[in-house]
Design a protein around this ligand. Structure first.
Ligand code: TYD
Length: 205
């Protein structure tokens, strides 16, 4: 049993199944007696919800740089007001998307300079880094069919965009194998959950 805070992030393209896995892991950790906080980016609560509304539903033009700054503004607020206080209180924070989404979507997807995005991510998060990151990998055809017909602004970005985003997540995982664990999403929910648990157990013994 660990007795310090932990920060675990869940990443992958839209429709990869990460939210389901995050919820299952939360339930498991709670049954083990851990205090768990579930949160998300963009838009956990308060100011973040307003930013989320713009990011997903504003129907005018949004430049890629402006989009990046909106995700980053949400992140800065989220880290300061929700993530850090919870971790400092010894809780396990499970977060649906975080810094890697900005590198994958705005960097690899939209073509914003990746080194600059990394710098801005660091500015937004301070010293806080995820202890563990799961990337759920799925082919884009399957992910798009899961998203369905009703798409928000980000989901409407097209197949080529999402192929680049997927490549981005895999590249990040290659660069940081100590932090990032890739799990293939072409299995049943239970099988994927078992893989998540096996990995977590090696990390939080
Ligand atoms: P959301 O409905 O939360 O999608 P999901 O359930 O797939 O996580 O919408 C968040 C969208 O924002 C999603 O398309 C990914 C995108 N996003 C970025 O482009 N950059 C970011 O930094 C973050 C956090 C999310």
């Amino acid at each position: 049993m660990i007795n310090r805070g932990l920060f675990i992030t869940f990443e992958g393209v839209d429709g990869c199944g990460k939210t389901t896995q995050m919820d299952l892991l939360a339930k498991y950790l709670q049954t083990q007696g851990y205090e768990v906080v579930i949160t998300r980016e963009p838009g956990a609560k308060g100011l973040g919800e307003k930013i989320r509304e713009i990011l997903l539903h504003y129907d005018g033009e949004v430049s890629s740089k402006a989009e990046s700054f909106l995700f980053l503004a949400d992140r800065a607020q989220h880290i300061d007001k929700i993530v850090n206080p919870a971790i400092e209180n010894g809780k396990i924070v499970l977060c649906d998307r975080h810094t890697d989404s900005t590198i994958a979507y705005q960097g690899y997807g939209r073509g914003v300079n990746i080194d600059k995005l990394r710098m801005l991510n660091n500015l937004a998060t301070g010293d806080r880094k995820p202890d563990i990151t799961f990337v759920f990998d799925i082919d884009i055809e399957t992910s798009m069919s899961r998203v369905g017909q009703e798409k928000d602004r980000m989901e409407s970005s097209g197949v080529e965009f999402f192929n680049n985003v997927r490549k981005g997540f895999l590249e990040i995982a290659k660069q940081e194998p100590e932090r990032v664990k890739v799990i293939s999403s072409d299995k049943s929910i239970d099988e994927i959950h078992r893989e998540v648990l096996e990995y977590i157990q090696t990390k939080i013994k």
